[in-house]
Write a protein that binds this ligand. Structure first.
Ligand code: SF4
Ligand code: SF4
Length: 445
């Protein structure tokens, strides 16, 4: 970014570098149709914690009527970026672009308190680097298996720590053996597609069995699966938190890697990553070396359920006797408009009964690093979702979702509820059906 871009706009709280676009802000007609689906408005009923209020604040900052102070920033930090407000908006306000631009402005022009800054740095330095996450596996395994974790929980040790630190323990999934995905998995039968598989950061480290299941299902459905081993983070966590430079560097690297793989499509099984990668064309629009390539790359990106729904089923589906509640990840249903495809795939499994969870538009509170930096509203939203799931009749045997963040969030809230219902990735259920494996075999992965 040039030094000129960092200069403040005259009479504005924002700098020159891609402030929230006035023409997008002005599309908001203040009708309020978005309010009932906004999780923070539902929790607190505060206008400034609604989409309409936040857009108003953006306009004030743009015009110099508001400054980037602690109060102003708190209304944007509390936004989950779930973009439930977008499908609800009759005027087509592109809130996703507005919040992304505002967050990048905040990170450049607002000085966060030292602890908060350090905490965020630590999260980005860890969660966006699979090799570093991998190094943590052994200490975390010892922590879980030695009984130290349960002892510390029993004596209430985490109540003494800041909530943002305690949340890391609450959300920690059981550390299980890594199931690697081969650099190339050949298609079974006649090849229908050659696809690249995004391995993800948290997915690769803590849910490697989900990646392995994805490769098996794609292969069984006639796809050759290429999983470049040198791929890095796609930048989703950074972009959702306003860390623009890091996000763009990850995007460029991801494009380079998958271009070398010469694939028809790039398949993603983490909704947050998928929604980010589909926006690469917009993000890199001002980069002459990448703008066109980013457009072409984004057009190839597909959620795994989206790709499979395009292919007439080929592999035999074996019965799976299970009642499965489906949880739509916000980055799948709102950002990518994908709701029917996961249902379509699960409906192909004989014996499986699908259950719908009330309030599908309301986020579970995961939202990238939101549950680690805003643990209180995140927990409130997770408990609200867990209550709705537990109250379903008949009680589900499992919850299916399409995003590792939602999986962690729901797993942790349901584990503490009266109904510790397991949470699985949608693709695990399809994989179990193809392998004729019982539901119980998935529960300890
Ligand atoms: S992104 Fe989600 S939390 Fe933020 S304003 Fe829109 S609906 Fe509300
Ligand atoms: S629904 Fe759209 S136009 Fe109406 S207040 Fe919300 S963002 Fe503005």
């Amino acid at each position: 970014m040039s030094a000129e871009n960092k200069l403040p706009i005259l009479h504005s709280a924002f700098d020159f570098h891609q402030p929230p676009a006035p023409e997008l802000i002005d599309k908001c007609v203040h009708c309020g149709f978005c309010l009932p689906v906004c999780p923070t408005y539902v929790l607190w009923g505060e206008e400034m914690d609604s989409p309409r209020g936040r857009i108003y604040l953006m306009k004030m900052a743009l015009n110099g009527a508001a400054t980037l102070n602690e109060k102003f920033v708190s209304h944007f930090d509390s936004c989950l970026g779930c973009v439930a407000c977008m499908p609800a908006c009759p005027s087509g306000v592109e809130y996703g672009k507005l919040i992304e631009a505002t967050r990048a402005q905040i990170e450049r022009n607002y000085h966060r308190p030292a602890f908060e800054k350090l905490h965020r740095r630590l999260l980005f330095a860890t969660f966006t680097h699979p090799a570093r996450l991998n190094l943590l596996r052994w200490p975390l395994l010892v922590y879980q298996k030695s009984g130290l974790q349960s002892a510390l929980r029993t004596i209430g040790f985490f109540k003494l720590l800041p909530k943002s630190i305690a949340a890391m323990d609450t959300l920690l999934p059981p550390v299980t053996p890594i199931e690697p995905v081969a650099p190339v998995t050949f298609a079974q039968g006649e090849k229908r597609r050659r696809v690249g598989l995004l391995l993800g950061c948290v997915q690769r480290t803590f849910f490697s069995h989900v990646n392995a299941a994805t490769a098996r299902v794609l292969s069984a459905e006639g796809c050759e699966v290429v999983a470049p081993q040198n791929q890095t983070c796609c930048g989703a966590l950074c972009v959702h938190a306003g860390e623009e430079s890091a996000a763009l560097a990850f995007a460029r690297h991801t494009i380079d890697i998958f271009e070398q793989a010469s694939v028809d499509s790039i398949v993603i099984n983490a909704a947050g990553c998928g929604s980010n990668m589909k926006e690469y064309g917009h993000r890199l629009r001002n980069d002459p070396a990448y703008a066109d390539r980013a457009q072409r790359f984004a057009a190839k990106c597909k959620d795994v359920t989206e790709l499979l729904a395009e292919l007439p089923p080929r592999a035999k589906r074996h019965p799976l006797q299970a009642r499965v509640a489906i949880h739509d990840s916000c980055h799948l249903q709102n950002a990518q408009g994908i709701r029917t495809q996961p249902r379509q795939l699960l409906s192909q499994i004989p014996g499986l009964t699908l259950l719908e969870i009330p309030e599908p538009a309301i986020c579970c509170g995961s939202a990238g690093i939101y549950n680690l930096v805003q643990p209180e509203p995140a927990t409130e939203l997770a408990n609200r979702k867990a209550t709705l799931i537990s109250a379903l009749a008949p009680t589900p045997d499992a919850v299916a979702t399409g995003n590792p963040g939602c999986l962690l969030q729901l797993q942790s809230s349901l584990a503490n509820s009266s109904h510790p219902i397991p949470v699985l990735h949608t693709i695990q259920l399809l994989d179990a059906s193809l392998r004729s494996a019982p539901l119980a075999s998935l529960l300890f992965q």
